[in-house]
Every structure is written in structure tokens, then in C-alpha cells.
Design a protein around this ligand. Structure first.
Ligand SMILES: Cc1cc2nc3c(=O)[nH]c(=O)nc-3n(C[C@H](O)[C@H](O)[C@H](O)COP(=O)(O)OP(=O)(O)OC[C@H]3O[C@@H](n4cnc5c(N)ncnc54)[C@H](O)[C@@H]3O)c2cc1C
Length: 318
């Protein structure tokens, strides 16, 4: 790819301020991820409207520069060198929430916890077990986030997306392919708005489900900075079980360690680098492959400096 003319990109993006687009250069990203790891973004574009997203993607397309959306950074490993890309963050009307009876019309940048709270307060069921997942609605839809029997796609009615060709599209639920921790919304698209349909439920039933989910989460998820599960569960098994059997708990590289609480979670003990985490991931995957002949797949999005999700197999990440 030829070297991008970042000066021209910034000038173009800067001219879209009226559309609710605000750009900053050299923005540290570590604090915008739950791992607290990674270098700066070349450009962060804070988009407060669909038009801002459109303007941003049009500029990136014309200049041939890569882009990606960042939600709460709950499922990403940003490289130490940072991202030579335009990182979109959705705010303002793209992080709003409106209730219409059992329906919620929300922005892709809305923290998922706010949707869950509003639903429980309105005695509506369908998302009450998802409260502890650090996510925006867009990020949750991109990976079909789920916990304790609920998945976000189960309650989606439709999503509005902007794609890389600059088209705005309303996608109905039936058009959206997705499954265990993936959906087509997570590739080449920005989820700007979504509508969910929930079901009335007795407040005491909801309160009990929330309590149980919180309790299970507290027992399972370590409190230190992490990105949640590193690997997807292989069919019919649990990655954590296999990783524990090959002695991964407590394995350390630099400031990164496989949690003593959960063998499928890497925690940042302080000052961990992305290189530390990549080394650990490779070691974990290698051990499971050698002992069980199981090739684990990544759940966390390990990013390359151009913002793409790595294509390297986990055992080869170091
Ligand atoms: C402590 C902890 C516990 C966790 N528990 C769970 C759990 O129980 N269940 C679960 O499923 N996950 C869990 N996770 C993982 C993570 O929270 C989810 O994957 C979540 O959906 C990530 O959302 P995000 O907004 O932070 O997305 P990010 O991490 O910011 O991004 C993830 C991907 O989504 C894309 N994306 C983000 N926003 C949009 C958008 N608007 N449109 C299109 N694509 C977008 C990004 O480009 C990226 O590819 C956990 C993580 C942590 C740290």
C-alpha cells in the first residue's frame, strides 16, 4: 500500500466538523481498552451523527487509509506501535437511547450496561444477563456478545449500518448472519443504530436473574484489566478447561499473566505490552495443540498496526 497522505486526510476530516465529526491526532489508546495496553491511534474520529460516519468512511475510502470502530475496547489487543488508521468512536446521537413500549431504539455507541439498566427498570426481559459485559451496543452486536443463556442478536429487530462503500442500510434481523461470538455486523460495517424488542417480565424474576448473573460473573472473571476470554470455546468443550489441564494458569510473560482464576483470561498485572500478551497466547495455543491436537481460535481481536484483525494463527503470534 502506498504511504498515506495523512495531512490531506486530516484536512478532509477536519472540514466535516459541521456534520458532528471531531478529529484528534496521536491519541493514546491503552486507556480506551479494558486491557490497558497498546500505542496511540494515528487519528481518532469522534462521530456524533450518521453523516459524520459517512464523511469519515468516504474520506478513508478515497485516501485509501484503513479504519476501524472502537467501542469500549473490551475485546481488542492494540499493538504496542499503535494503529496507523482512523479509529472511529461513536458519541452523541450515536450513543442515545429511546424507549417505545417494549422496544429500545439505541445508538451503536451506547454502553450496553445502560441498555440493560433501562430494560430492567422497565421490567422488560431479554438482556438482563448481559449487564456485566464491557461493551457498546455496536461492539456487542459485532461479536454477538452473550452470557448465561442470552445473546444480543436474540433480541435484535434491525440494525442500521454504514458500510465501507458509504452506503447506509437498514438490515433486518433475518438478514444478519451470526452465531457464537460472531456476526456479519463486525466486518466492514459500522453499526450506527439498532432496535431491540424485549418481553415484559415480573420485576422479581428479573432481579433474581441479574443477581445470579452478577454472582457467576464475580466468581468467573478476574478483577484485573483483561479482554475477557482469549479463545473461543471449541465445539463441545471449554477452552478454559483445556488450558488449565496444560498448566497455563499463572504462566507469565513480562507484565501479562494467565489468570489463576480463569485459564482462558490473560490479565495485565501492570505495564504489560501487546508483545507480552502475544507471546502468552502463542504458548497457550501451542500447549493445547500439542497435548490435545485441538487448534484454538481467537475470540479476542488481536489487531495489526493497520487496524486489521490478525490473520496469523494463535500459536504463531509471538
Ligand atoms: C472482564 C470482561 C468480561 C467479558 N465478558 C464477556 C461475556 O460474558 N460475553 C461476551 O460475549 N464477551 C465478554 N467480554 C468481551 C467483550 O466485552 C465483548 O466482546 C464486547 O462485545 C466488546 O464490545 P466493545 O464495544 O468493547 O467492542 P470493542 O472491543 O471496542 O471492539 C470489538 C470489535 O467490534 C467492532 N465494533 C465495535 N463497535 C462497533 C460498531 N459500532 N459497529 C461495528 N463494529 C463495531 C470493533 O471494530 C472490533 O472489531 C468480556 C470482556 C471483559 C474485559
Amino acid at each position: 500500500m502506498p504511504t498515506a497522505d495523512w495531512g490531506a486526510v486530516l484536512a478532509r476530516l477536519g472540514s466535516s466538523r459541521g456534520a458532528g465529526l471531531e478529529v484528534s491526532e496521536g491519541v493514546p489508546l491503552a486507556g480506551r481498552t479494558t486491557f490497558k495496553i497498546g500505542g496511540p491511534a494515528r487519528v481518532v474520529a469522534r462521530c456524533r451523527s450518521r453523516e459524520a460516519v459517512l464523511a469519515c468512511l468516504a474520506t478513508c475510502g478515497e485516501a485509501g487509509v484503513p479504519w476501524l470502530v472502537l467501542g469500549l475496547g473490551g475485546n481488542v489487543l492494540v499493538p504496542d506501535a499503535g494503529l496507523d488508521a482512523v479509529v472511529l468512536v461513536l458519541e452523541g446521537e450515536l450513543a442515545g437511547l429511546e424507549r417505545r413500549g417494549p422496544r429500545f431504539l439505541v445508538g451503536g455507541g451506547l454502553p450496553l450496561a445502560k441498555l440493560v439498566r433501562a430494560a430492567v427498570d422497565a421490567s422488560l426481559a431479554g438482556v438482563e444477563c448481559l449487564g456485566g459485559i464491557p461493551a457498546t451496543v455496536g461492539g456487542a452486536l459485532a461479536g454477538n456478545a452473550g452470557a448465561y443463556g442470552q445473546e444480543i442478536l436474540d433480541v435484535l429487530d434491525w440494525a442500521e449500518v454504514v458500510d465501507g462503500e458509504g452506503q447506509v442500510r437498514r438490515m433486518e434481523r433475518w438478514e444478519i448472519e451470526g452465531g457464537y461470538r460472531w456476526s456479519v455486523l463486525g466486518t466492514g460495517r459500522v453499526v450506527t443504530t439498532a432496535e431491540f424488542v424485549l418481553v415484559p417480565e415480573r420485576p422479581e424474576v428479573l432481579a433474581e436473574r441479574v443477581r445470579l448473573a452478577r454472582e457467576r460473573r464475580r466468581a468467573a472473571i478476574p478483577p484485573e484489566p483483561s479482554a475477557g476470554s482469549i479463545f473461543r470455546n471449541p465445539p463441545g468443550d471449554h477452552a478454559g478447561r483445556l488450558l488449565e489441564l496444560v498448566g497455563c494458569k499463572g504462566l507469565r510473560r513480562g507484565g501479562a499473566m494467565v489468570s489463576q482464576q480463569h485459564a482462558n483470561v490473560i490479565v495485565n498485572l501492570g505495564g504489560a505490552s501487546a508483545a507480552d500478551v502475544r507471546e502468552l497466547i502463542a504458548e497457550m495455543a501451542r500447549r493445547v495443540r500439542e497435548r490435545f491436537d485441538v487448534v484454538l481460535e481467537l475470540e479476542v481481536k488481536v489487531l495489526e498496526p493497520d487496524g486489521s484483525v490478525t490473520a496469523r494463527p494463535p500459536h504463531d503470534l509471538a
